[in-house]
Design a protein around this ligand. Structure first.
Ligand code: GLU
Length: 588
Protein backbone atom coordinates (compact mmCIF):
# COMPACT_ATOMS: atom_id res chain seq x y z
CA UNK A 1 0.00 0.00 0.00
CA UNK A 2 1.09 3.58 -0.18
CA UNK A 3 2.39 4.91 -3.44
CA UNK A 4 5.84 6.40 -3.77
CA UNK A 5 7.17 8.39 -6.70
CA UNK A 6 10.43 10.28 -7.25
CA UNK A 7 11.71 12.38 -10.13
CA UNK A 8 15.07 13.94 -11.03
CA UNK A 9 15.44 15.65 -14.39
CA UNK A 10 15.26 18.95 -16.24
CA UNK A 11 11.54 19.67 -15.88
CA UNK A 12 9.72 20.99 -12.83
CA UNK A 13 9.29 18.06 -10.48
CA UNK A 14 6.07 19.04 -8.66
CA UNK A 15 3.63 18.50 -11.55
CA UNK A 16 5.31 15.26 -12.64
CA UNK A 17 5.12 13.91 -9.09
CA UNK A 18 1.50 15.02 -8.75
CA UNK A 19 0.53 13.15 -11.94
CA UNK A 20 2.45 10.10 -10.73
CA UNK A 21 0.67 10.16 -7.38
CA UNK A 22 -2.73 10.34 -9.06
CA UNK A 23 -1.91 7.10 -10.86
CA UNK A 24 -0.76 5.50 -7.61
CA UNK A 25 -3.79 6.58 -5.62
CA UNK A 26 -5.32 3.09 -5.90
CA UNK A 27 -2.60 2.05 -3.42
CA UNK A 28 -3.80 4.40 -0.70
CA UNK A 29 -5.69 7.66 -0.44
CA UNK A 30 -5.65 8.70 3.22
CA UNK A 31 -3.26 11.59 2.71
CA UNK A 32 -0.68 12.80 0.23
CA UNK A 33 2.45 14.90 0.06
CA UNK A 34 5.33 16.08 -2.11
CA UNK A 35 8.79 17.45 -1.29
CA UNK A 36 11.03 19.07 -3.86
CA UNK A 37 14.56 20.42 -3.66
CA UNK A 38 15.96 23.57 -5.17
CA UNK A 39 19.38 25.07 -4.49
CA UNK A 40 19.89 23.37 -1.18
CA UNK A 41 16.37 24.04 0.10
CA UNK A 42 13.57 21.51 0.59
CA UNK A 43 9.94 22.54 -0.09
CA UNK A 44 7.10 20.40 1.23
CA UNK A 45 3.32 20.32 0.78
CA UNK A 46 1.33 17.58 2.48
CA UNK A 47 -2.14 17.05 3.85
CA UNK A 48 -4.80 14.55 4.84
CA UNK A 49 -7.18 13.53 2.04
CA UNK A 50 -6.73 12.74 -1.60
CA UNK A 51 -3.88 13.70 -3.93
CA UNK A 52 -6.09 16.32 -5.62
CA UNK A 53 -5.80 18.37 -2.41
CA UNK A 54 -2.18 19.15 -3.30
CA UNK A 55 -2.96 20.81 -6.62
CA UNK A 56 -3.08 24.39 -5.31
CA UNK A 57 0.28 24.01 -3.54
CA UNK A 58 2.21 22.76 -6.56
CA UNK A 59 3.43 26.19 -7.64
CA UNK A 60 5.19 26.65 -4.30
CA UNK A 61 7.24 23.49 -4.80
CA UNK A 62 10.37 24.61 -6.62
CA UNK A 63 13.00 22.50 -8.31
CA UNK A 64 13.49 19.68 -10.77
CA UNK A 65 14.04 17.01 -8.16
CA UNK A 66 11.51 15.61 -5.69
CA UNK A 67 9.63 12.77 -4.03
CA UNK A 68 5.91 12.17 -3.40
CA UNK A 69 3.63 9.86 -1.46
CA UNK A 70 0.00 8.80 -1.25
CA UNK A 71 -0.70 7.07 2.04
CA UNK A 72 -2.65 4.13 3.40
CA UNK A 73 -2.15 4.63 7.12
CA UNK A 74 -0.81 1.79 9.22
CA UNK A 75 0.49 3.79 12.18
CA UNK A 76 -1.15 7.05 13.12
CA UNK A 77 -4.36 8.69 11.97
CA UNK A 78 -4.84 9.96 8.45
CA UNK A 79 -4.19 13.65 9.17
CA UNK A 80 -1.88 16.42 7.95
CA UNK A 81 0.90 15.75 10.46
CA UNK A 82 1.06 12.07 9.65
CA UNK A 83 1.10 12.62 5.89
CA UNK A 84 4.43 11.87 4.23
CA UNK A 85 7.07 13.22 3.44
CA UNK A 86 8.44 13.33 6.96
CA UNK A 87 11.14 15.94 7.32
CA UNK A 88 13.88 16.23 9.87
CA UNK A 89 17.21 18.07 9.68
CA UNK A 90 18.38 18.02 6.08
CA UNK A 91 16.05 15.17 5.05
CA UNK A 92 12.58 14.47 3.75
CA UNK A 93 11.47 10.84 3.57
CA UNK A 94 8.58 8.88 2.06
CA UNK A 95 7.97 5.30 3.11
CA UNK A 96 5.86 2.36 1.99
CA UNK A 97 5.75 -0.45 4.55
CA UNK A 98 5.99 -0.83 8.31
CA UNK A 99 8.95 -0.14 10.59
CA UNK A 100 8.24 -2.75 13.23
CA UNK A 101 10.82 -1.51 15.77
CA UNK A 102 9.77 2.14 15.46
CA UNK A 103 8.86 2.50 19.15
CA UNK A 104 12.27 1.32 20.31
CA UNK A 105 14.10 3.55 17.79
CA UNK A 106 11.90 6.51 18.70
CA UNK A 107 12.78 6.09 22.39
CA UNK A 108 16.48 5.91 21.57
CA UNK A 109 16.36 8.98 19.33
CA UNK A 110 14.28 10.93 21.85
CA UNK A 111 16.94 10.23 24.44
CA UNK A 112 19.45 11.75 21.99
CA UNK A 113 17.32 14.94 21.85
CA UNK A 114 15.18 14.31 18.75
CA UNK A 115 11.66 15.75 18.77
CA UNK A 116 9.01 13.95 16.70
CA UNK A 117 6.24 15.67 14.77
CA UNK A 118 4.00 12.72 13.84
CA UNK A 119 2.62 9.43 15.17
CA UNK A 120 3.91 7.41 12.23
CA UNK A 121 6.44 4.61 12.28
CA UNK A 122 8.00 6.16 9.15
CA UNK A 123 9.21 9.35 10.79
CA UNK A 124 12.01 7.49 12.61
CA UNK A 125 13.75 7.03 9.26
CA UNK A 126 14.21 10.79 8.79
CA UNK A 127 15.62 11.03 12.32
CA UNK A 128 17.95 8.05 11.84
CA UNK A 129 19.29 9.59 8.63
CA UNK A 130 20.00 12.80 10.50
CA UNK A 131 21.66 10.82 13.28
CA UNK A 132 24.02 8.94 10.94
CA UNK A 133 24.63 11.62 8.32
CA UNK A 134 28.21 12.73 7.84
CA UNK A 135 27.90 14.23 4.38
CA UNK A 136 27.23 11.00 2.44
CA UNK A 137 23.53 10.30 1.72
CA UNK A 138 24.01 6.69 0.55
CA UNK A 139 26.07 5.83 3.61
CA UNK A 140 23.56 7.41 6.00
CA UNK A 141 20.80 5.41 4.30
CA UNK A 142 22.83 2.20 4.59
CA UNK A 143 23.39 2.78 8.32
CA UNK A 144 19.77 3.77 8.95
CA UNK A 145 18.41 0.69 7.14
CA UNK A 146 20.69 -1.55 9.18
CA UNK A 147 18.70 -0.43 12.26
CA UNK A 148 15.25 -1.09 10.78
CA UNK A 149 13.03 -4.13 11.22
CA UNK A 150 9.97 -4.66 9.03
CA UNK A 151 9.51 -3.85 5.36
CA UNK A 152 10.05 -0.73 3.37
CA UNK A 153 10.47 1.11 0.13
CA UNK A 154 12.03 4.47 0.93
CA UNK A 155 12.73 7.59 -1.11
CA UNK A 156 14.88 10.23 0.53
CA UNK A 157 15.58 13.82 -0.36
CA UNK A 158 18.61 15.52 1.20
CA UNK A 159 19.13 19.27 1.10
CA UNK A 160 22.80 18.68 0.16
CA UNK A 161 22.21 16.31 -2.73
CA UNK A 162 20.92 17.17 -6.21
CA UNK A 163 18.77 14.07 -6.57
CA UNK A 164 17.20 11.50 -4.26
CA UNK A 165 18.05 8.09 -2.88
CA UNK A 166 15.84 5.00 -2.81
CA UNK A 167 16.04 1.56 -1.29
CA UNK A 168 13.67 -1.34 -0.71
CA UNK A 169 13.20 -4.39 1.43
CA UNK A 170 9.97 -6.31 1.08
CA UNK A 171 8.06 -3.49 -0.64
CA UNK A 172 7.87 -2.78 -4.35
CA UNK A 173 9.99 -0.15 -6.06
CA UNK A 174 10.80 0.38 -9.71
CA UNK A 175 13.40 2.64 -11.32
CA UNK A 176 12.66 4.40 -14.63
CA UNK A 177 14.97 5.89 -17.24
CA UNK A 178 13.89 8.10 -20.15
CA UNK A 179 12.97 11.79 -20.01
CA UNK A 180 14.60 12.26 -16.67
CA UNK A 181 15.04 9.56 -14.05
CA UNK A 182 12.33 8.24 -11.79
CA UNK A 183 11.42 5.78 -9.07
CA UNK A 184 7.92 4.57 -8.25
CA UNK A 185 5.98 1.86 -6.45
CA UNK A 186 4.37 0.79 -9.71
CA UNK A 187 5.25 1.13 -13.36
CA UNK A 188 2.00 3.02 -14.05
CA UNK A 189 3.42 6.07 -12.23
CA UNK A 190 6.40 6.40 -14.54
CA UNK A 191 3.93 8.46 -16.49
CA UNK A 192 5.03 7.75 -20.05
CA UNK A 193 8.34 9.48 -19.30
CA UNK A 194 10.39 6.32 -18.83
CA UNK A 195 11.31 4.14 -21.77
CA UNK A 196 13.11 1.58 -19.58
CA UNK A 197 12.48 0.22 -16.10
CA UNK A 198 14.43 -1.86 -13.62
CA UNK A 199 13.40 -3.62 -10.41
CA UNK A 200 16.27 -3.18 -7.94
CA UNK A 201 17.19 -6.13 -5.73
CA UNK A 202 16.23 -6.17 -2.06
CA UNK A 203 18.66 -4.01 -0.12
CA UNK A 204 19.99 -2.14 -3.18
CA UNK A 205 20.49 1.59 -2.72
CA UNK A 206 20.06 3.78 -5.82
CA UNK A 207 21.06 7.40 -6.23
CA UNK A 208 18.84 9.09 -8.77
CA UNK A 209 19.99 12.45 -10.16
CA UNK A 210 19.11 14.59 -13.20
CA UNK A 211 22.04 12.96 -14.99
CA UNK A 212 21.46 9.29 -14.22
CA UNK A 213 20.93 6.42 -11.79
CA UNK A 214 23.71 4.72 -9.87
CA UNK A 215 22.85 1.46 -8.13
CA UNK A 216 24.75 -0.05 -5.21
CA UNK A 217 24.22 -3.21 -3.21
CA UNK A 218 23.50 -3.09 0.52
CA UNK A 219 27.25 -2.72 1.24
CA UNK A 220 27.48 0.16 -1.23
CA UNK A 221 29.48 -1.67 -3.88
CA UNK A 222 28.35 -0.51 -7.35
CA UNK A 223 26.19 -3.11 -9.15
CA UNK A 224 24.74 -3.36 -12.65
CA UNK A 225 21.00 -4.12 -12.85
CA UNK A 226 19.25 -4.80 -16.13
CA UNK A 227 16.71 -2.32 -17.50
CA UNK A 228 13.87 -3.60 -19.72
CA UNK A 229 11.65 -1.68 -22.15
CA UNK A 230 8.55 -0.27 -20.46
CA UNK A 231 6.53 -0.94 -23.61
CA UNK A 232 6.65 -4.69 -22.81
CA UNK A 233 4.51 -4.09 -19.71
CA UNK A 234 2.67 -0.93 -20.78
CA UNK A 235 -0.10 -0.35 -18.25
CA UNK A 236 -3.60 0.38 -19.42
CA UNK A 237 -5.01 2.77 -16.87
CA UNK A 238 -7.63 4.67 -18.81
CA UNK A 239 -11.25 4.73 -17.61
CA UNK A 240 -12.53 4.99 -21.18
CA UNK A 241 -16.19 6.03 -21.38
CA UNK A 242 -17.06 4.36 -18.09
CA UNK A 243 -17.95 6.46 -15.05
CA UNK A 244 -15.87 4.17 -12.81
CA UNK A 245 -12.93 1.82 -13.14
CA UNK A 246 -14.99 -0.87 -11.44
CA UNK A 247 -17.58 -0.89 -14.23
CA UNK A 248 -14.91 -0.78 -16.91
CA UNK A 249 -13.05 -3.67 -15.31
CA UNK A 250 -16.21 -5.79 -14.91
CA UNK A 251 -16.70 -5.17 -18.62
CA UNK A 252 -13.21 -6.58 -19.21
CA UNK A 253 -13.94 -9.91 -17.51
CA UNK A 254 -14.58 -11.76 -20.76
CA UNK A 255 -11.53 -10.27 -22.45
CA UNK A 256 -9.45 -11.35 -19.45
CA UNK A 257 -10.60 -14.95 -19.70
CA UNK A 258 -9.82 -15.01 -23.43
CA UNK A 259 -6.40 -13.39 -23.06
CA UNK A 260 -5.49 -15.64 -20.12
CA UNK A 261 -6.49 -18.78 -22.04
CA UNK A 262 -4.52 -17.72 -25.09
CA UNK A 263 -1.43 -16.99 -23.07
CA UNK A 264 -1.53 -19.82 -20.53
CA UNK A 265 -2.47 -22.58 -22.95
CA UNK A 266 0.75 -22.04 -24.92
CA UNK A 267 2.92 -21.23 -21.93
CA UNK A 268 6.32 -22.90 -22.15
CA UNK A 269 6.77 -25.33 -19.28
CA UNK A 270 3.04 -25.87 -18.65
CA UNK A 271 3.55 -29.64 -19.08
CA UNK A 272 6.17 -29.59 -16.36
CA UNK A 273 3.71 -27.85 -14.00
CA UNK A 274 1.02 -30.41 -14.83
CA UNK A 275 3.38 -33.27 -14.18
CA UNK A 276 4.52 -31.74 -10.86
CA UNK A 277 0.87 -31.45 -9.88
CA UNK A 278 0.27 -35.03 -10.98
CA UNK A 279 3.11 -36.33 -8.83
CA UNK A 280 2.39 -34.13 -5.81
CA UNK A 281 1.52 -35.53 -2.39
CA UNK A 282 -0.03 -32.21 -1.49
CA UNK A 283 -1.19 -29.12 -3.33
CA UNK A 284 -1.61 -26.03 -1.16
CA UNK A 285 -3.18 -22.88 -2.57
CA UNK A 286 -2.41 -19.57 -0.87
CA UNK A 287 -4.13 -16.22 -1.13
CA UNK A 288 -5.69 -13.28 0.71
CA UNK A 289 -9.09 -11.67 0.14
CA UNK A 290 -10.41 -12.26 -3.36
CA UNK A 291 -7.32 -14.28 -4.29
CA UNK A 292 -8.12 -16.62 -1.39
CA UNK A 293 -11.64 -16.97 -2.74
CA UNK A 294 -10.14 -17.94 -6.11
CA UNK A 295 -7.99 -20.45 -4.20
CA UNK A 296 -11.18 -21.96 -2.71
CA UNK A 297 -12.45 -22.53 -6.24
CA UNK A 298 -9.02 -23.96 -7.07
CA UNK A 299 -9.44 -26.63 -4.40
CA UNK A 300 -12.51 -28.02 -6.18
CA UNK A 301 -10.94 -27.77 -9.63
CA UNK A 302 -7.55 -29.28 -8.74
CA UNK A 303 -9.03 -31.72 -6.26
CA UNK A 304 -11.10 -33.21 -9.09
CA UNK A 305 -8.07 -33.52 -11.35
CA UNK A 306 -5.24 -34.86 -9.17
CA UNK A 307 -4.76 -37.50 -6.49
CA UNK A 308 -2.99 -35.12 -4.12
CA UNK A 309 -4.60 -33.69 -1.02
CA UNK A 310 -5.59 -30.17 -2.14
CA UNK A 311 -6.17 -27.38 0.38
CA UNK A 312 -6.58 -23.59 0.38
CA UNK A 313 -4.96 -21.37 3.01
CA UNK A 314 -5.27 -17.74 3.98
CA UNK A 315 -1.68 -16.63 3.44
CA UNK A 316 -1.37 -14.60 6.65
CA UNK A 317 -2.23 -17.78 8.59
CA UNK A 318 -0.22 -20.21 6.49
CA UNK A 319 2.92 -18.23 7.08
CA UNK A 320 2.89 -19.05 10.77
CA UNK A 321 1.07 -22.38 10.52
CA UNK A 322 2.56 -23.90 7.36
CA UNK A 323 0.49 -26.57 5.64
CA UNK A 324 3.09 -29.38 6.03
CA UNK A 325 4.64 -29.21 2.56
CA UNK A 326 7.49 -31.44 1.38
CA UNK A 327 9.75 -31.62 -1.67
CA UNK A 328 6.92 -33.58 -3.38
CA UNK A 329 4.37 -30.83 -2.77
CA UNK A 330 3.23 -27.99 -4.99
CA UNK A 331 2.29 -24.60 -3.59
CA UNK A 332 0.16 -22.29 -5.77
CA UNK A 333 0.34 -18.69 -4.59
CA UNK A 334 -2.43 -16.47 -5.97
CA UNK A 335 -1.97 -12.68 -5.85
CA UNK A 336 -3.28 -9.99 -8.21
CA UNK A 337 -0.40 -7.60 -7.60
CA UNK A 338 2.20 -10.26 -6.84
CA UNK A 339 3.26 -7.95 -4.00
CA UNK A 340 0.76 -9.07 -1.33
CA UNK A 341 3.11 -9.23 1.65
CA UNK A 342 1.37 -12.11 3.43
CA UNK A 343 1.26 -14.21 0.26
CA UNK A 344 4.87 -13.51 -0.70
CA UNK A 345 6.07 -14.46 2.81
CA UNK A 346 3.95 -17.64 2.95
CA UNK A 347 5.11 -18.59 -0.56
CA UNK A 348 8.75 -18.13 0.49
CA UNK A 349 8.13 -20.38 3.49
CA UNK A 350 6.58 -23.03 1.21
CA UNK A 351 9.60 -22.91 -1.06
CA UNK A 352 11.95 -23.18 1.89
CA UNK A 353 10.04 -26.33 2.88
CA UNK A 354 11.03 -27.71 -0.54
CA UNK A 355 7.70 -27.29 -2.38
CA UNK A 356 7.57 -26.41 -6.09
CA UNK A 357 6.15 -22.89 -6.19
CA UNK A 358 3.69 -21.74 -8.84
CA UNK A 359 2.66 -18.06 -8.83
CA UNK A 360 -0.67 -17.03 -10.35
CA UNK A 361 -0.38 -13.27 -10.72
CA UNK A 362 -1.41 -10.33 -12.83
CA UNK A 363 1.92 -8.48 -12.59
CA UNK A 364 4.81 -10.08 -14.45
CA UNK A 365 7.60 -8.16 -12.73
CA UNK A 366 6.27 -8.46 -9.17
CA UNK A 367 7.94 -9.87 -6.06
CA UNK A 368 6.18 -13.23 -6.23
CA UNK A 369 7.51 -13.87 -9.74
CA UNK A 370 11.03 -13.66 -8.40
CA UNK A 371 10.39 -16.35 -5.78
CA UNK A 372 8.34 -18.73 -7.95
CA UNK A 373 9.55 -21.73 -9.94
CA UNK A 374 6.85 -21.04 -12.50
CA UNK A 375 4.60 -18.05 -13.17
CA UNK A 376 1.10 -18.52 -14.58
CA UNK A 377 0.13 -15.08 -15.90
CA UNK A 378 -3.34 -13.69 -15.28
CA UNK A 379 -3.82 -11.51 -18.34
CA UNK A 380 -6.26 -9.00 -16.84
CA UNK A 381 -4.26 -5.88 -17.74
CA UNK A 382 -3.94 -3.12 -15.16
CA UNK A 383 -6.66 -3.33 -12.51
CA UNK A 384 -7.19 0.05 -10.88
CA UNK A 385 -10.40 -0.38 -8.86
CA UNK A 386 -9.44 -1.47 -5.36
CA UNK A 387 -12.04 -4.25 -5.36
CA UNK A 388 -10.75 -7.06 -7.59
CA UNK A 389 -13.05 -8.06 -10.44
CA UNK A 390 -11.43 -9.07 -13.71
CA UNK A 391 -8.33 -10.35 -11.93
CA UNK A 392 -10.55 -12.81 -10.00
CA UNK A 393 -12.01 -14.32 -13.17
CA UNK A 394 -8.51 -14.36 -14.67
CA UNK A 395 -7.26 -16.29 -11.62
CA UNK A 396 -10.15 -18.74 -12.05
CA UNK A 397 -9.16 -19.24 -15.70
CA UNK A 398 -5.55 -19.99 -14.69
CA UNK A 399 -6.72 -22.51 -12.09
CA UNK A 400 -8.96 -24.22 -14.65
CA UNK A 401 -5.99 -24.69 -16.96
CA UNK A 402 -3.81 -25.94 -14.12
CA UNK A 403 -6.57 -28.46 -13.40
CA UNK A 404 -6.56 -29.79 -16.98
CA UNK A 405 -3.49 -31.99 -17.41
CA UNK A 406 -3.07 -33.18 -20.98
CA UNK A 407 -6.20 -31.39 -22.21
CA UNK A 408 -5.57 -27.74 -21.56
CA UNK A 409 -6.77 -27.01 -25.11
CA UNK A 410 -10.17 -28.63 -24.44
CA UNK A 411 -10.57 -26.65 -21.21
CA UNK A 412 -9.45 -23.46 -22.98
CA UNK A 413 -12.24 -23.98 -25.54
CA UNK A 414 -14.77 -24.35 -22.69
CA UNK A 415 -13.43 -21.20 -21.07
CA UNK A 416 -13.93 -19.27 -24.29
CA UNK A 417 -17.59 -20.28 -24.20
CA UNK A 418 -17.76 -19.11 -20.60
CA UNK A 419 -16.29 -15.78 -21.74
CA UNK A 420 -19.21 -15.41 -24.18
CA UNK A 421 -21.58 -16.08 -21.28
CA UNK A 422 -19.90 -13.41 -19.14
CA UNK A 423 -20.40 -10.92 -21.94
CA UNK A 424 -24.12 -11.67 -21.99
CA UNK A 425 -24.38 -11.25 -18.21
CA UNK A 426 -22.60 -7.90 -18.31
CA UNK A 427 -24.61 -6.66 -21.29
CA UNK A 428 -27.92 -7.37 -19.53
CA UNK A 429 -27.28 -6.03 -16.05
CA UNK A 430 -30.82 -4.74 -15.36
CA UNK A 431 -31.43 -7.46 -12.77
CA UNK A 432 -28.28 -6.31 -10.97
CA UNK A 433 -29.92 -2.99 -10.20
CA UNK A 434 -33.06 -4.69 -8.92
CA UNK A 435 -31.03 -6.92 -6.57
CA UNK A 436 -28.82 -3.98 -5.53
CA UNK A 437 -31.98 -2.08 -4.50
CA UNK A 438 -32.93 -5.00 -2.26
CA UNK A 439 -29.40 -5.00 -0.78
CA UNK A 440 -29.47 -1.33 0.19
CA UNK A 441 -32.86 -1.80 1.87
CA UNK A 442 -31.55 -4.70 3.97
CA UNK A 443 -29.90 -4.76 7.38
CA UNK A 444 -27.67 -7.63 6.27
CA UNK A 445 -27.17 -9.70 3.13
CA UNK A 446 -26.29 -13.39 3.17
CA UNK A 447 -24.87 -14.99 0.03
CA UNK A 448 -25.40 -18.73 -0.03
CA UNK A 449 -24.97 -21.64 -2.41
CA UNK A 450 -23.80 -25.24 -2.50
CA UNK A 451 -20.66 -26.72 -4.03
CA UNK A 452 -18.85 -24.24 -6.26
CA UNK A 453 -21.71 -21.77 -5.63
CA UNK A 454 -20.67 -21.63 -1.97
CA UNK A 455 -17.22 -20.34 -2.99
CA UNK A 456 -18.78 -17.88 -5.42
CA UNK A 457 -21.07 -16.75 -2.58
CA UNK A 458 -18.09 -15.91 -0.38
CA UNK A 459 -16.57 -13.76 -3.12
CA UNK A 460 -19.94 -12.11 -3.88
CA UNK A 461 -20.24 -11.16 -0.24
CA UNK A 462 -16.73 -9.74 -0.09
CA UNK A 463 -17.43 -7.59 -3.15
CA UNK A 464 -20.64 -6.18 -1.67
CA UNK A 465 -19.11 -5.27 1.68
CA UNK A 466 -15.96 -3.81 0.10
CA UNK A 467 -17.69 -1.27 -2.07
CA UNK A 468 -21.11 -0.64 -0.46
CA UNK A 469 -20.27 -1.13 3.28
CA UNK A 470 -23.43 -3.21 3.71
CA UNK A 471 -22.90 -6.00 6.23
CA UNK A 472 -22.78 -9.32 4.42
CA UNK A 473 -21.55 -12.86 4.76
CA UNK A 474 -21.18 -15.78 2.37
CA UNK A 475 -21.20 -19.51 3.04
CA UNK A 476 -22.60 -22.91 2.10
CA UNK A 477 -26.41 -22.92 1.99
CA UNK A 478 -26.62 -26.00 4.24
CA UNK A 479 -25.04 -24.03 7.07
CA UNK A 480 -27.93 -21.58 7.25
CA UNK A 481 -29.94 -23.74 9.62
CA UNK A 482 -26.93 -24.19 11.92
CA UNK A 483 -26.99 -20.68 13.28
CA UNK A 484 -27.53 -17.85 10.81
CA UNK A 485 -31.23 -18.50 10.46
CA UNK A 486 -31.51 -16.88 13.89
CA UNK A 487 -30.75 -13.55 12.20
CA UNK A 488 -33.30 -13.86 9.42
CA UNK A 489 -36.36 -11.62 9.42
CA UNK A 490 -37.96 -9.24 6.92
CA UNK A 491 -34.93 -6.90 7.08
CA UNK A 492 -32.50 -9.56 5.88
CA UNK A 493 -31.80 -10.49 2.25
CA UNK A 494 -30.41 -13.83 1.10
CA UNK A 495 -28.84 -13.96 -2.35
CA UNK A 496 -29.04 -17.61 -3.32
CA UNK A 497 -26.81 -18.98 -6.09
CA UNK A 498 -28.09 -22.10 -7.83
CA UNK A 499 -26.13 -23.37 -10.83
CA UNK A 500 -25.75 -27.11 -10.25
CA UNK A 501 -28.76 -29.23 -11.14
CA UNK A 502 -27.68 -31.97 -8.77
CA UNK A 503 -27.74 -29.56 -5.81
CA UNK A 504 -30.69 -27.39 -6.84
CA UNK A 505 -33.32 -29.07 -4.70
CA UNK A 506 -31.21 -28.77 -1.58
CA UNK A 507 -30.73 -25.08 -2.27
CA UNK A 508 -34.43 -24.61 -2.78
CA UNK A 509 -34.91 -26.02 0.72
CA UNK A 510 -32.77 -23.18 2.02
CA UNK A 511 -34.94 -20.70 0.09
CA UNK A 512 -38.06 -22.16 1.76
CA UNK A 513 -36.45 -21.87 5.19
CA UNK A 514 -35.73 -18.18 4.61
CA UNK A 515 -39.15 -17.39 3.17
CA UNK A 516 -40.82 -19.14 6.13
CA UNK A 517 -39.08 -16.62 8.41
CA UNK A 518 -40.19 -13.71 6.20
CA UNK A 519 -36.66 -13.11 4.96
CA UNK A 520 -36.19 -11.66 1.49
CA UNK A 521 -34.68 -13.78 -1.28
CA UNK A 522 -32.96 -12.99 -4.57
CA UNK A 523 -32.06 -15.99 -6.70
CA UNK A 524 -29.21 -15.97 -9.21
CA UNK A 525 -29.32 -19.09 -11.35
CA UNK A 526 -28.21 -20.56 -14.66
CA UNK A 527 -31.07 -23.10 -14.54
CA UNK A 528 -34.30 -22.20 -16.36
CA UNK A 529 -36.39 -24.64 -14.27
CA UNK A 530 -35.20 -23.19 -11.01
CA UNK A 531 -35.87 -19.69 -12.32
CA UNK A 532 -39.41 -20.69 -13.38
CA UNK A 533 -40.17 -22.25 -10.01
CA UNK A 534 -38.67 -19.55 -7.81
CA UNK A 535 -39.29 -16.28 -9.60
CA UNK A 536 -42.98 -16.01 -8.56
CA UNK A 537 -42.10 -16.70 -4.93
CA UNK A 538 -38.99 -14.56 -4.40
CA UNK A 539 -38.18 -10.84 -4.41
CA UNK A 540 -35.94 -11.11 -7.48
CA UNK A 541 -34.70 -13.85 -9.75
CA UNK A 542 -31.91 -13.43 -12.30
CA UNK A 543 -31.62 -16.07 -15.00
CA UNK A 544 -28.04 -16.16 -16.28
CA UNK A 545 -27.07 -17.86 -19.56
CA UNK A 546 -26.80 -21.66 -19.23
CA UNK A 547 -23.37 -23.02 -18.29
CA UNK A 548 -21.92 -26.32 -17.07
CA UNK A 549 -21.71 -26.31 -13.25
CA UNK A 550 -17.90 -26.24 -13.17
CA UNK A 551 -17.86 -23.05 -15.27
CA UNK A 552 -20.81 -21.22 -13.76
CA UNK A 553 -18.63 -19.28 -11.29
CA UNK A 554 -17.53 -17.05 -14.18
CA UNK A 555 -21.13 -15.97 -14.70
CA UNK A 556 -22.12 -15.63 -11.05
CA UNK A 557 -18.91 -13.65 -10.39
CA UNK A 558 -19.76 -11.10 -13.08
CA UNK A 559 -23.39 -10.90 -11.90
CA UNK A 560 -22.46 -10.33 -8.24
CA UNK A 561 -19.77 -7.80 -9.16
CA UNK A 562 -22.47 -5.80 -10.95
CA UNK A 563 -24.79 -6.08 -7.94
CA UNK A 564 -22.03 -4.74 -5.66
CA UNK A 565 -21.24 -1.91 -8.08
CA UNK A 566 -24.88 -0.85 -8.32
CA UNK A 567 -25.31 -1.06 -4.52
CA UNK A 568 -22.25 1.18 -4.02
CA UNK A 569 -23.73 3.80 -6.34
CA UNK A 570 -27.17 3.63 -4.70
CA UNK A 571 -25.50 4.32 -1.35
CA UNK A 572 -23.38 7.16 -2.74
CA UNK A 573 -20.08 5.30 -2.21
CA UNK A 574 -17.07 5.62 -4.50
CA UNK A 575 -16.74 2.05 -5.80
CA UNK A 576 -13.19 2.59 -7.03
CA UNK A 577 -11.79 3.78 -3.71
CA UNK A 578 -13.57 2.13 -0.79
CA UNK A 579 -12.90 3.69 2.60
CA UNK A 580 -10.05 2.21 4.67
CA UNK A 581 -8.90 -0.06 1.85
CA UNK A 582 -6.16 0.01 -0.73
CA UNK A 583 -5.06 -2.25 -3.50
CA UNK A 584 -1.80 -4.16 -3.39
CA UNK A 585 -1.62 -4.96 0.32
CA UNK A 586 2.14 -4.77 0.78
CA UNK A 587 2.11 -4.66 4.59
CA UNK A 588 1.56 -7.56 6.96
N1 GLU B 1 3.58 2.84 7.91
C1 GLU B 1 3.51 4.03 7.13
C2 GLU B 1 2.38 4.95 7.60
O1 GLU B 1 1.46 4.54 8.28
C3 GLU B 1 3.37 3.70 5.65
C4 GLU B 1 2.14 2.89 5.39
C5 GLU B 1 2.08 2.11 4.09
O2 GLU B 1 3.04 1.84 3.41
O3 GLU B 1 0.97 1.70 3.69
O4 GLU B 1 2.40 6.10 7.29
Amino acid sequence: MCGIVGYAGRDRAAEILFEGLKKLEYRGYDSAGISTRDRGEIFTAKRGGRVEGLRLSLKELKGTVGIGHTRWATHGEANDANAHPHAFGRFAVVHNGIIENHAELRAELRAAGHVFASQTDSEVVAHLLDFYYEGDLADALRLACARLKGCWALAVLCADFDGFAVTRRGSSLILGRGEGFMAASDICALGGRSAFYCVPEEGDIALVTPSGIEIFDAELSPVGRAFSPVRDVEPDSDKGDCPHYMLREIGQNARTVRATCASVARLPGLKEVHSRLGAADRIALLGCGTAYNAALAGVRLLGGAYDACVTAHIASEARFDPPGLTARSVCIAVSQSGETADTVMAARAAREAGAYLVAVTNVGYSAITRVADKVIPVCAGTEICVAATKSYVGQLACLHILASPGRADVRAAQLLKAADGIERVVADGSRALEIARLCVRSRAVFFIGRGADADAAVEGSLKLKEVSYIFSDGYPAGELKHGTLALVDESVLAIVLITDEGLAEKCENAVEQILSRRGRVAVVTTLADVHRRLSPRTDAAWLLPPAPAHLSHFLTAAALQLVAYRAALLRGCDPDKPRNLAKSVTVE
